[in-house]
Design a protein around this ligand. Structure first.
Ligand code: UDX
Length: 446
């Protein structure tokens, strides 16, 4: 089949490349000519493990190509995916749908023959209906159900494991009221159908709601364990064992129970806010998610205070080394990263900050210009007064701890991702602090 993918960001480029890997012909469209030019040269504008090879292989097999002109690819497409950004609208938290609606207009102008228009971007409930209205208004000659249908097909891709999440999803969700569109989507996802991937067919609005409900639930789950971690610190419990003890309950599940500095990224912060706004607009407020948003925002800000307290109450004139700046490992994405709250607070408390991140520094330098950047973890911590683990990149999980101790002015480590073992750190002579775990011996002394 032929697909036009509108938008070549984290979602559009991964989805387009994966669909071409399924054997479909995909044309990825973007208004940004420089981005398209880089893609045509085989350069990938984002860091996503495995994406460069996936794109190169499919370009070579002539199943994947790139263009800035939307019309040609839409004319010949069986399905047109809208995978443009839906950022938080400045000031009020709603999702900005201007890019989605602009794409809908351009697609309408180019439709030639029955076409399924698919919203892949995360869009508020009701957006699919609005897209259908825009198409019908733009082209009075087009009839919904005959010349086009609109389908919701949200993505559940995690940055850093997006290709795997596309190729081996827990489920595919498809929202449509049209049997014809359902047939088209079933053919598009045939390779997953063949490996018996659960495909949830439902209504348009329900599919849009599933996406938001999933992300806000995950954000709430993370916030839950973060608050439990804070209570564990007070009562001397170990949040890792609490997470294990509750996670083994099939109704709770073991994933997304890792305490940390608060969630970031391009999705949870914007999707929680957008759903809260939708709910308020419909006078059915989501008070739990409103609280999750508040807790997470204040948690990221509180992390700097945690660092200051670990440094004896002041970081004035001290050098603080940070390992990790991105919102999670295996990405270069800095959006809503906890480091964007931590660094400014440390600087305003008089600290000098040095940081290293394996993939995020190019992006970070635009956002955090007032700090120094190291070439690697060890160089960054040299002569620092404290070392803070902000993002749990694998290369930070097995540092030579004796060497770390020698390099630091004082053996002080604040581990915001609990990647080290408190007992071991204390026995090595570190002044070690982490999230939700007691520092005294974890097992009763026999
Ligand atoms: C998320 C959803 O997982 C994905 O399904 C959706 O399509 C897009 O948003 P992503 O934002 O890429 O994916 O990353 P994810 O791995 O979900 O982590 C989000 C944030 O939560 C990160 O800041 C991460 O550090 C944090 N997190 C995650 C925790 O603090 N604890 C956890 O246990 C898991």
């Amino acid at each position: 089949m032929r697909i036009a993918m509108i938008g070549t960001g984290y979602v559009g480029l991964v989805s387009g490349a994966c669909f071409s890997e399924f054997g479909h012909h995909v044309t990825c469209v973007d208004k940004d000519a420089s981005k398209i030019a880089r893609l045509e040269k085989g350069e990938i504008p984002i860091y996503e493990p495995g994406l460069d090879k996936l794109v190169a292989d499919n370009v070579q097999d002539h199943r994947l190509d790139f263009t800035t002109t939307l019309a040609d690819s839409v004319k010949t497409a069986d399905a047109v995916f809208i995978a443009v950004g839906t950022p938080t609208r400045r000031g009020d938290g709603h999702a900005d749908l201007s890019y989605v609606y602009a794409a809908a207009k351009e697609i309408a102008d180019a439709i030639d023959g029955y076409t399924v228009v698919v919203t892949k971007s995360t869009v508020p409930v009701g957006t699919g209906r609005e897209v259908a209205k825009i198409i019908a208004e733009t082209r009075q000659d087009l009839k919904e159900g005959t010349d086009f249908d609109v389908v919701s097909n949200p993505e559940f891709l995690r940055e850093g494991s997006a290709i795997n999440d596309f190729m081996r999803p827990d489920r595919v969700v498809i929202g449509t009221n049209s049997e014809k569109a359902r047939q088209t989507m079933q053919r598009l996802y045939r390779p997953l159908y063949l490996i018996e991937t659960p495909i949830v067919f439902t209504q348009l609005e329900t599919s849009e709601m599933i996406k938001y409900a999933a992300n806000t639930f995950l954000a709430a789950k993370i916030t839950f364990i973060n608050e439990i971690a804070d209570l564990c610190e007070k009562v001397g419990a170990d949040v890792h064992d609490v997470a294990k003890g509750i996670g083994l309950d099939g109704r709770i599940g073991r994933k997304f129970l890792h305490p940390g500095p608060g969630y970031g990224g391009s999705c949870f912060p914007k999707d929680t806010l957008a759903l809260v706004k939708t709910a308020q607009d419909y006078h059915a407020p989501l008070r739990i998610i409103e609280t999750v948003v508040d807790i997470n925002d204040s948690r990221k800000k509180a992390m700097a205070q945690r660092i200051i307290e670990a440094c004896g109450g002041s970081v004035a004139e001290k050098t603080i080394a940070l390992l990790g700046l991105t919102f999670k490992p295996n990405t270069d994405d800095m959006r809503d990263s906890p480091s964007l709250d931590i660094v400014p607070a440390l600087l305003s408390a008089g600290a000098k900050v040095r940081a290293f991140d394996p993939e995020g520094m190019q992006e970070a330098q635009k956002l955090l210009p007032a700090i120094d950047y190291g070439k690697n973890a060890y160089e960054t911590m040299e002569e620092a007064d404290a070392l803070v683990i902000v993002t749990e990149w694998n290369e930070f999980r097995a540092l030579d701890l004796e060497r770390v101790k020698d390099l630091l002015k004082t053996p002080l480590m604040i581990d915001l991702r609990n990647i080290y073992n408190p007992e071991e750190m204390v026995s090595l002579g570190f002044d070690y602090s982490c999230i939700g775990r007691p520092l005294r011996a974890l097992m009763p002394q026999d």
